[in-house]
Design a protein around this ligand. Structure first.
Ligand code: FAD
Length: 325
Protein backbone atom coordinates (compact mmCIF):
# COMPACT_ATOMS: atom_id res chain seq x y z
CA UNK A 1 0.00 0.00 0.00
CA UNK A 2 1.22 3.50 -0.77
CA UNK A 3 2.18 5.62 2.20
CA UNK A 4 0.15 8.68 3.09
CA UNK A 5 1.95 11.30 1.07
CA UNK A 6 3.95 14.45 1.57
CA UNK A 7 3.18 16.49 4.63
CA UNK A 8 3.89 19.99 5.73
CA UNK A 9 6.60 20.50 8.30
CA UNK A 10 5.56 19.37 11.73
CA UNK A 11 3.78 16.17 10.78
CA UNK A 12 5.89 13.58 9.04
CA UNK A 13 4.61 10.88 6.79
CA UNK A 14 5.84 7.68 5.31
CA UNK A 15 6.12 4.20 6.67
CA UNK A 16 8.08 5.72 9.47
CA UNK A 17 10.55 2.96 10.26
CA UNK A 18 13.52 4.43 8.38
CA UNK A 19 16.23 6.16 10.39
CA UNK A 20 19.03 8.52 9.52
CA UNK A 21 21.47 5.62 9.35
CA UNK A 22 19.15 3.64 7.08
CA UNK A 23 19.03 6.53 4.64
CA UNK A 24 22.75 7.22 4.75
CA UNK A 25 23.76 3.63 4.34
CA UNK A 26 21.29 2.53 1.70
CA UNK A 27 23.40 2.47 -1.50
CA UNK A 28 20.45 1.60 -3.73
CA UNK A 29 18.47 4.57 -2.48
CA UNK A 30 21.40 6.95 -2.87
CA UNK A 31 22.19 5.63 -6.36
CA UNK A 32 18.57 6.05 -7.42
CA UNK A 33 18.51 9.63 -6.12
CA UNK A 34 21.78 10.38 -7.91
CA UNK A 35 20.07 9.24 -11.13
CA UNK A 36 16.78 11.08 -10.55
CA UNK A 37 18.04 14.38 -9.13
CA UNK A 38 21.75 14.50 -10.00
CA UNK A 39 23.65 16.77 -7.63
CA UNK A 40 20.44 17.89 -5.95
CA UNK A 41 20.23 15.46 -3.03
CA UNK A 42 22.44 16.16 -0.04
CA UNK A 43 23.00 13.66 2.77
CA UNK A 44 22.98 14.82 6.42
CA UNK A 45 22.50 18.44 5.39
CA UNK A 46 22.39 20.90 8.33
CA UNK A 47 19.01 22.61 8.40
CA UNK A 48 20.71 25.65 9.95
CA UNK A 49 21.74 26.44 6.36
CA UNK A 50 18.11 26.52 5.22
CA UNK A 51 16.27 28.37 7.99
CA UNK A 52 16.10 32.06 8.82
CA UNK A 53 16.80 31.24 12.49
CA UNK A 54 20.10 29.74 11.27
CA UNK A 55 19.38 26.79 13.55
CA UNK A 56 18.63 23.11 13.17
CA UNK A 57 20.44 19.78 12.95
CA UNK A 58 20.79 17.67 9.81
CA UNK A 59 18.02 16.40 7.60
CA UNK A 60 18.87 12.81 6.62
CA UNK A 61 18.39 13.99 3.03
CA UNK A 62 17.88 17.49 1.67
CA UNK A 63 16.60 17.59 -1.90
CA UNK A 64 16.09 20.63 -4.10
CA UNK A 65 14.96 19.44 -7.54
CA UNK A 66 15.28 21.91 -10.38
CA UNK A 67 12.22 20.84 -12.31
CA UNK A 68 8.59 19.99 -11.43
CA UNK A 69 8.65 16.50 -12.97
CA UNK A 70 11.87 15.67 -11.11
CA UNK A 71 10.24 16.90 -7.92
CA UNK A 72 7.20 14.63 -8.40
CA UNK A 73 9.26 11.59 -9.49
CA UNK A 74 11.55 11.97 -6.51
CA UNK A 75 8.72 12.42 -4.00
CA UNK A 76 6.86 9.38 -5.34
CA UNK A 77 10.02 7.27 -5.19
CA UNK A 78 10.84 8.28 -1.59
CA UNK A 79 7.34 7.62 -0.37
CA UNK A 80 7.26 4.25 -2.11
CA UNK A 81 10.59 3.48 -0.39
CA UNK A 82 9.11 4.34 3.01
CA UNK A 83 11.17 7.51 3.54
CA UNK A 84 9.27 10.29 5.33
CA UNK A 85 9.10 13.42 3.17
CA UNK A 86 8.84 16.89 4.67
CA UNK A 87 8.15 20.02 2.63
CA UNK A 88 10.12 23.20 3.15
CA UNK A 89 9.79 26.56 1.47
CA UNK A 90 12.53 28.99 2.42
CA UNK A 91 12.52 28.10 6.09
CA UNK A 92 11.43 31.50 7.43
CA UNK A 93 8.57 30.26 9.60
CA UNK A 94 10.15 27.22 11.25
CA UNK A 95 12.37 26.26 14.15
CA UNK A 96 14.21 22.98 13.51
CA UNK A 97 15.49 21.18 16.58
CA UNK A 98 19.16 20.24 16.96
CA UNK A 99 18.42 16.56 16.31
CA UNK A 100 17.56 17.33 12.69
CA UNK A 101 14.79 15.82 10.57
CA UNK A 102 14.02 12.19 9.77
CA UNK A 103 13.94 11.23 6.12
CA UNK A 104 13.94 13.72 3.26
CA UNK A 105 13.31 17.45 3.34
CA UNK A 106 12.23 18.65 -0.10
CA UNK A 107 12.02 22.23 -1.28
CA UNK A 108 10.41 23.44 -4.48
CA UNK A 109 12.38 26.70 -4.49
CA UNK A 110 14.09 25.80 -7.79
CA UNK A 111 11.35 23.61 -9.30
CA UNK A 112 8.21 25.71 -9.09
CA UNK A 113 9.42 29.04 -10.42
CA UNK A 114 6.78 30.14 -12.93
CA UNK A 115 5.89 33.84 -12.71
CA UNK A 116 3.56 35.31 -15.31
CA UNK A 117 0.83 37.92 -15.69
CA UNK A 118 -2.71 36.63 -16.27
CA UNK A 119 -5.91 38.45 -17.24
CA UNK A 120 -6.81 38.68 -13.54
CA UNK A 121 -3.39 39.29 -12.03
CA UNK A 122 -0.52 36.86 -11.54
CA UNK A 123 0.25 33.15 -11.63
CA UNK A 124 3.22 32.32 -9.41
CA UNK A 125 5.02 29.05 -8.70
CA UNK A 126 5.09 27.88 -5.09
CA UNK A 127 8.88 28.18 -5.03
CA UNK A 128 9.06 31.83 -6.12
CA UNK A 129 10.32 34.09 -3.35
CA UNK A 130 7.77 36.51 -1.98
CA UNK A 131 10.07 39.54 -2.44
CA UNK A 132 10.52 38.52 -6.10
CA UNK A 133 6.73 38.31 -6.52
CA UNK A 134 6.36 41.81 -5.08
CA UNK A 135 9.01 43.23 -7.44
CA UNK A 136 7.24 41.54 -10.36
CA UNK A 137 3.94 43.13 -9.30
CA UNK A 138 5.52 46.57 -9.16
CA UNK A 139 7.23 46.10 -12.56
CA UNK A 140 3.93 45.04 -14.14
CA UNK A 141 1.63 47.56 -12.46
CA UNK A 142 -0.27 45.06 -10.32
CA UNK A 143 -1.55 46.30 -7.01
CA UNK A 144 -2.87 44.43 -3.95
CA UNK A 145 0.13 42.84 -2.25
CA UNK A 146 1.91 46.00 -1.07
CA UNK A 147 1.12 45.18 2.59
CA UNK A 148 3.25 42.03 2.29
CA UNK A 149 6.42 43.98 1.68
CA UNK A 150 9.27 42.87 3.93
CA UNK A 151 7.94 39.32 4.44
CA UNK A 152 10.54 36.78 3.35
CA UNK A 153 9.82 33.21 2.34
CA UNK A 154 8.31 31.54 -0.68
CA UNK A 155 4.91 31.92 -2.30
CA UNK A 156 4.01 28.34 -1.27
CA UNK A 157 5.03 28.93 2.35
CA UNK A 158 3.27 32.30 2.41
CA UNK A 159 0.04 30.74 1.15
CA UNK A 160 0.18 27.81 3.61
CA UNK A 161 0.64 30.28 6.48
CA UNK A 162 -1.65 32.91 4.88
CA UNK A 163 1.16 35.37 5.53
CA UNK A 164 0.23 38.98 6.03
CA UNK A 165 0.87 42.22 7.79
CA UNK A 166 -0.81 45.57 8.42
CA UNK A 167 -4.24 44.10 7.68
CA UNK A 168 -3.33 42.52 4.31
CA UNK A 169 -2.87 38.76 3.82
CA UNK A 170 -1.90 36.85 0.70
CA UNK A 171 -5.18 34.92 1.03
CA UNK A 172 -7.12 38.14 0.31
CA UNK A 173 -5.97 38.04 -3.32
CA UNK A 174 -5.97 34.29 -3.84
CA UNK A 175 -8.29 32.90 -6.51
CA UNK A 176 -6.99 29.35 -6.25
CA UNK A 177 -4.00 27.05 -5.92
CA UNK A 178 -2.53 24.28 -8.05
CA UNK A 179 -1.71 21.38 -5.79
CA UNK A 180 -0.46 17.84 -6.09
CA UNK A 181 -0.37 14.72 -4.01
CA UNK A 182 2.31 12.05 -4.40
CA UNK A 183 1.44 9.59 -7.11
CA UNK A 184 -1.29 11.88 -8.42
CA UNK A 185 -1.57 14.61 -11.00
CA UNK A 186 -1.78 18.32 -10.33
CA UNK A 187 -5.22 19.81 -9.75
CA UNK A 188 -6.61 23.30 -9.25
CA UNK A 189 -8.49 24.15 -6.05
CA UNK A 190 -10.56 27.31 -6.39
CA UNK A 191 -10.80 29.82 -3.56
CA UNK A 192 -14.36 28.89 -2.63
CA UNK A 193 -13.24 25.33 -1.81
CA UNK A 194 -10.63 26.61 0.65
CA UNK A 195 -11.14 27.80 4.24
CA UNK A 196 -9.06 30.93 4.31
CA UNK A 197 -8.58 32.37 7.80
CA UNK A 198 -6.01 34.17 9.94
CA UNK A 199 -2.66 32.44 9.22
CA UNK A 200 -4.48 29.42 7.76
CA UNK A 201 -5.62 28.42 4.33
CA UNK A 202 -7.52 25.22 5.11
CA UNK A 203 -5.71 22.80 2.75
CA UNK A 204 -4.91 19.28 3.94
CA UNK A 205 -1.40 19.16 5.42
CA UNK A 206 -0.18 16.63 2.80
CA UNK A 207 -0.74 19.01 -0.07
CA UNK A 208 2.14 20.41 -2.14
CA UNK A 209 1.37 23.88 -3.48
CA UNK A 210 2.86 23.94 -6.97
CA UNK A 211 1.48 27.35 -7.87
CA UNK A 212 -1.03 30.02 -7.01
CA UNK A 213 -3.35 32.37 -8.89
CA UNK A 214 -3.78 35.88 -7.52
CA UNK A 215 -6.32 38.51 -8.56
CA UNK A 216 -4.76 41.97 -8.49
CA UNK A 217 -5.77 45.48 -9.53
CA UNK A 218 -4.08 47.58 -12.18
CA UNK A 219 -1.95 50.37 -10.74
CA UNK A 220 0.91 52.72 -11.53
CA UNK A 221 4.26 50.99 -10.99
CA UNK A 222 5.64 54.07 -9.21
CA UNK A 223 2.68 54.16 -6.80
CA UNK A 224 2.98 50.44 -6.10
CA UNK A 225 6.71 50.77 -5.42
CA UNK A 226 6.06 53.71 -3.10
CA UNK A 227 3.38 51.77 -1.18
CA UNK A 228 5.71 48.78 -0.84
CA UNK A 229 8.47 51.07 0.39
CA UNK A 230 6.13 52.65 2.94
CA UNK A 231 5.24 49.22 4.38
CA UNK A 232 8.91 48.31 4.44
CA UNK A 233 9.85 51.46 6.33
CA UNK A 234 7.10 50.92 8.92
CA UNK A 235 8.58 47.47 9.54
CA UNK A 236 12.10 48.81 9.86
CA UNK A 237 10.88 51.07 12.66
CA UNK A 238 8.86 48.45 14.55
CA UNK A 239 10.64 45.14 13.93
CA UNK A 240 14.24 43.97 14.36
CA UNK A 241 16.04 43.82 11.03
CA UNK A 242 19.05 41.82 9.95
CA UNK A 243 18.65 39.40 12.86
CA UNK A 244 18.29 35.61 12.82
CA UNK A 245 14.61 34.93 13.60
CA UNK A 246 11.37 33.63 12.08
CA UNK A 247 9.20 36.72 12.38
CA UNK A 248 6.35 36.64 14.91
CA UNK A 249 6.55 33.56 17.11
CA UNK A 250 2.94 33.57 18.34
CA UNK A 251 -0.36 34.22 16.60
CA UNK A 252 -2.36 37.17 17.80
CA UNK A 253 -5.14 36.03 20.12
CA UNK A 254 -8.71 37.15 19.28
CA UNK A 255 -9.00 40.89 19.74
CA UNK A 256 -5.40 41.42 20.85
CA UNK A 257 -1.76 41.48 19.87
CA UNK A 258 0.59 38.78 21.16
CA UNK A 259 3.48 41.26 21.13
CA UNK A 260 1.61 43.65 23.40
CA UNK A 261 0.79 40.89 25.92
CA UNK A 262 4.44 39.79 25.99
CA UNK A 263 5.56 43.39 26.43
CA UNK A 264 3.02 44.00 29.22
CA UNK A 265 4.31 40.87 30.98
CA UNK A 266 7.70 42.63 31.07
CA UNK A 267 9.43 40.05 28.92
CA UNK A 268 11.31 42.21 26.39
CA UNK A 269 15.00 41.35 26.66
CA UNK A 270 14.27 38.05 28.47
CA UNK A 271 16.99 35.57 27.60
CA UNK A 272 17.60 31.81 27.60
CA UNK A 273 21.16 31.08 26.51
CA UNK A 274 21.64 32.84 23.20
CA UNK A 275 17.91 33.33 22.54
CA UNK A 276 16.33 36.65 23.46
CA UNK A 277 12.94 38.36 23.25
CA UNK A 278 13.45 41.38 21.00
CA UNK A 279 13.46 44.80 22.67
CA UNK A 280 11.88 46.30 19.57
CA UNK A 281 9.00 43.85 18.96
CA UNK A 282 8.20 41.47 21.80
CA UNK A 283 6.70 38.82 19.51
CA UNK A 284 10.11 38.28 17.85
CA UNK A 285 12.59 35.87 19.42
CA UNK A 286 16.10 36.32 18.11
CA UNK A 287 18.98 33.93 17.70
CA UNK A 288 21.47 36.23 19.31
CA UNK A 289 24.95 35.23 20.47
CA UNK A 290 24.90 31.65 19.17
CA UNK A 291 21.56 30.35 20.44
CA UNK A 292 20.65 26.70 20.10
CA UNK A 293 17.22 25.54 18.93
CA UNK A 294 16.64 24.33 22.47
CA UNK A 295 17.35 27.83 23.87
CA UNK A 296 14.69 29.22 21.54
CA UNK A 297 12.20 26.47 22.35
CA UNK A 298 12.72 26.92 26.10
CA UNK A 299 12.31 30.69 25.82
CA UNK A 300 9.07 30.16 23.89
CA UNK A 301 7.73 28.01 26.74
CA UNK A 302 8.77 30.56 29.38
CA UNK A 303 7.07 33.37 27.45
CA UNK A 304 3.93 31.31 27.01
CA UNK A 305 3.76 30.48 30.75
CA UNK A 306 4.42 34.05 31.87
CA UNK A 307 1.76 35.49 29.54
CA UNK A 308 -0.72 32.85 30.70
CA UNK A 309 0.02 33.89 34.30
CA UNK A 310 -0.13 37.63 33.70
CA UNK A 311 -2.92 37.92 31.12
CA UNK A 312 -4.74 34.60 31.36
CA UNK A 313 -4.16 34.02 27.62
CA UNK A 314 -2.52 30.90 26.20
CA UNK A 315 -0.59 32.01 23.15
CA UNK A 316 -0.63 29.71 20.12
CA UNK A 317 2.47 29.25 17.99
CA UNK A 318 2.62 30.96 14.60
CA UNK A 319 5.94 29.33 13.77
CA UNK A 320 6.34 25.56 13.48
CA UNK A 321 8.75 23.62 15.67
CA UNK A 322 9.93 20.43 14.01
CA UNK A 323 12.58 17.75 14.21
CA UNK A 324 14.14 15.19 16.50
CA UNK A 325 14.73 16.23 20.07
C1 FAD B 1 12.19 38.69 9.38
C2 FAD B 1 10.89 37.96 9.18
C3 FAD B 1 9.72 38.69 9.08
C4 FAD B 1 8.50 38.04 8.88
N1 FAD B 1 7.37 38.78 8.80
C5 FAD B 1 6.18 38.17 8.60
C6 FAD B 1 4.99 38.94 8.52
O1 FAD B 1 4.99 40.16 8.59
N2 FAD B 1 3.82 38.26 8.33
C7 FAD B 1 3.77 36.89 8.23
O2 FAD B 1 2.68 36.35 8.05
N3 FAD B 1 4.89 36.14 8.30
C8 FAD B 1 6.09 36.74 8.50
N4 FAD B 1 7.23 35.99 8.58
C9 FAD B 1 7.13 34.51 8.54
C10 FAD B 1 7.36 33.90 7.15
O3 FAD B 1 8.18 34.72 6.37
C11 FAD B 1 6.10 33.58 6.38
O4 FAD B 1 5.28 32.70 7.09
C12 FAD B 1 6.57 32.95 5.05
O5 FAD B 1 5.83 33.37 4.02
C13 FAD B 1 6.79 31.45 5.10
O6 FAD B 1 7.35 31.05 3.86
P1 FAD B 1 8.53 29.97 3.76
O7 FAD B 1 8.71 29.63 2.35
O8 FAD B 1 9.72 30.43 4.47
O9 FAD B 1 7.85 28.77 4.54
P2 FAD B 1 8.58 27.66 5.42
O10 FAD B 1 8.98 28.27 6.71
O11 FAD B 1 9.64 26.98 4.64
O12 FAD B 1 7.38 26.66 5.64
C14 FAD B 1 6.22 27.07 6.32
C15 FAD B 1 5.13 26.00 6.14
O13 FAD B 1 4.73 25.97 4.79
C16 FAD B 1 4.90 24.66 4.25
N5 FAD B 1 5.28 24.85 2.85
C17 FAD B 1 6.26 25.63 2.35
N6 FAD B 1 6.23 25.60 1.01
C18 FAD B 1 5.21 24.79 0.65
C19 FAD B 1 4.65 24.36 -0.58
N7 FAD B 1 5.14 24.77 -1.76
N8 FAD B 1 3.59 23.52 -0.56
C20 FAD B 1 3.06 23.10 0.61
N9 FAD B 1 3.54 23.46 1.81
C21 FAD B 1 4.59 24.29 1.83
C22 FAD B 1 5.97 24.01 5.09
O14 FAD B 1 5.87 22.60 5.07
C23 FAD B 1 5.61 24.60 6.44
O15 FAD B 1 4.53 23.86 6.98
C24 FAD B 1 8.47 36.63 8.78
C25 FAD B 1 9.66 35.90 8.88
C26 FAD B 1 10.86 36.56 9.08
C27 FAD B 1 12.13 35.77 9.16
Amino acid sequence: MKALGVVALGSRMGRGARTEMAVETDPKLLAELARMVPGQALVAEPMARHTSFGLGGPADLFIEPTDPSMFRECTDYLIEAGIPVTLLGRGTNVLVRSGGIDGAVMTGARAFTELICTDAGVRAGGGVSLPRLLSFCAENGLSGLEGLSGIPGSVGGAVVTNAGSFGVSIGDSLTGVTVSEPGGTASFIPRDEMRIAYRRIGLPSKTLIEGVELALDPGEPADIRAAQQETFEKKWKTQPSGMRCAGCVFMNPAGGAAGRLIDEAGLKGLRVGGAVVSDLHANFILNDRGATSEDVEELIEVVRERVADSAGVTLELEIEIVGRR
